[in-house]
Design a protein around this ligand. Structure first.
Ligand code: SAH
Ligand code: SF4
Ligand code: F3S
Length: 446
């Protein structure tokens, strides 16, 4: 009798790099005969890929664990595996606090998970979170399991910046760039399987190549990828303002596939705070980069991250962030209130801004940005623009959603067959965060 197939449920928190890692893990399990479970109850193996970047990410993980505990009580044979950044941070402490966890693997070991579970001799709980210098090497996929139109490709790991509030360098290790040949090979494979949009990932993608010899610039990598036949859209996240060089800016508008969007985290508009954050730029330098980007591509969409309530942030510091946001007019902002992260320099500073005040600042910035976002999106009404349809819109809305080259989401009443295609869309309505439009032709464009 054939063995019943085993099922795996993977829950991913955190950034796109975690999604990329989870995808690789899924493929490795698939090659061992596993299939996807539809719920925790349906699974033989549960994998939680975790994020440590803010307290909220950590809290989400704990509430998920609460749900999993209940399942494990009823189905004790389920293997509960915690991997990624929180696994790296807390290691065996996780098992001490939550004894129903079976496996804890850090950011340098997570790809070993299928092999670990296969070993008949291992004893549980199994923990390995050794922070080694070597990078994580992803086995090259021979094929793709899930059909998709848009895919992530991690091009670098770790981070050497050590911004004073940030835990990433401690949990992800040193910065390391993948070889251009390896990246080109993976992108070529994805395109061959029908992918049209590639997003290059790294905590600081524009520092790409610094660890390679011979050194290669990020702009050169973009040129290589742009010339791959069939690539329609190329994106990258996240850029560090300090490493945003002129040669990179000049790629916008020059490389056909390179989309007119950049995510350029600002964090604060106050030079005092930026210095204490160890960001390596001033607000004046940041403004200059924005000016150069807009000179090169007037319609480029610019998004950013802001932290409010960093230790010592005065009302004056905050007013400078507000002023910068009002001047620059970002297309989208991700605003976070500061939370101390274990082991970071800032966690030793006195957390001077009370929680309620952090939330007041966050709410104020959100309201200002809401207005700016709406105004910017409203200017697109009446224009016809290409949309790559890649998702179903909100449940019950009967709409299909896609993105403009600028990354803005467009919802359309359209049949599901448009999924995976690029169509010209007439933009008819705008909100602060998305657009609504109507398909005006069926041509496959850019
Ligand atoms: N590598 C990127 C961002 C990584 S983390 C960069 O250099 O900007 C994503 C965002 O989380 C950061 O941009 C920052 O805004 C926020 N963040 C990181 N640590 C934080 C902390 N301790 N408290 C609040 N927000 C934080
Ligand atoms: Fe964290 Fe700074 Fe590195 Fe971004 S650049 S991951 S904020 S240390
Ligand atoms: Fe979170 Fe780790 Fe990414 S801390 S943001 S999952 S690198």
């Amino acid at each position: 009798m054939p063995m019943a197939e085993k099922k795996i449920f993977i829950k991913t928190f955190g950034c796109q790099m975690n999604e990329y890692d989870s995808d690789h893990i899924w493929r490795l399990f698939y090659e061992k005969g596993y299939r996807r479970a539809v719920s925790y109850q349906d699974a033989d193996v549960v994998v939680i890929n975790t994020c440590a970047v803010r307290q909220k990410a950590e809290d989400k993980f704990y509430s998920e664990l609460g749900r999993i505990k209940k399942v494990k009580e009823k189905q004790p044979d389920i293997r509960i595996c915690v991997i990624g950044c929180l696994a790296q941070l807390y290691g065996e402490h996780l098992v001490q606090r939550y004894p129903y966890i079976d496996v804890v693997l850090g950011t340098k070991q997570l790809l070993l998970l299928p092999t670990v579970l296969e070993q008949s001799t291992i004893s549980y709980p199994f923990i390995n979170t050794t922070m080694i210098r070597d990078p994580l090497i992803y086995p090259f996929p021979s094929t793709l399991i899930d059909k998709r139109v848009s895919a992530f490709v991690t091009i670098m790991q770790g981070c050497n910046n050590y911004c004073s509030y940030c835990i990433v360098p401690y949990v992800r290790g040193h910065e390391w760039s993948r070889s251009p040949d390896d990246i080109i090979r993976e992108v070529t494979l994805l395109i061959k399987h029908g992918v049209k949009e590639i997003t290059l990932l790294g905590q600081n993608v524009n520092a790409y190549g610094k660890t390679l010899s011979p050194r290669i610039r990020f702009s050169e990598l973009l040129c290589h990828l742009d010339s791959i036949p069939g690539i329609k859209r190329l994106r990258f996240i996240t850029s560090h303002p300090r490493d945003l060089t002129e040669d990179l800016i000049s790629c916008f508008g020059k490389l056909r596939s390179l989309c007119e969007h950049i995510h350029l985290p600002l964090q604060s508009g106050s030079n005092t705070i930026l210095q204490r954050m160890h960001r390596g730029y001033t607000q004046e330098m940041y403004r200059e980069k924005i000016a150069l980007l807009r000179e090169t591509v007037p319609d480029i969409s610019i998004s950013s991250d802001i932290i409010v309530g960093f230790p010592g942030e005065t009302e004056y510091d905050f007013s400078q962030t507000l002023a910068l946001i009002e001047d620059v007019k970002f297309d989208e902002l991700f605003i976070f209130h500061y939370t101390p992260r274990p082991g970071t320099p800032a966690s030793r500073y006195t957390d001077t801004v009370p929680y309620d005040e952090k939330i007041r600042r966050l709410t104020l910035l959100t309201a200002v940005q809401q207005k700016i976002g709406f105004e910017k999106n409203s200017r697109l009404v009446g224009r016809i623009m290409p949309v790559l349809f890649d998702m179903n819109a909100k449940r019950g809305s009967n709409m299909i959603a896609g993105r403009l080259r600028t990354g803005k989401v467009v919802n359309c009443h359209a049949p599901p067959r448009v999924l995976g295609k690029i169509h010209n869309v007439l933009i008819e309505h705008a909100t602060a965060h998305s657009l609504i439009g109507r398909i005006v032709n069926g041509e496959d464009g850019w």
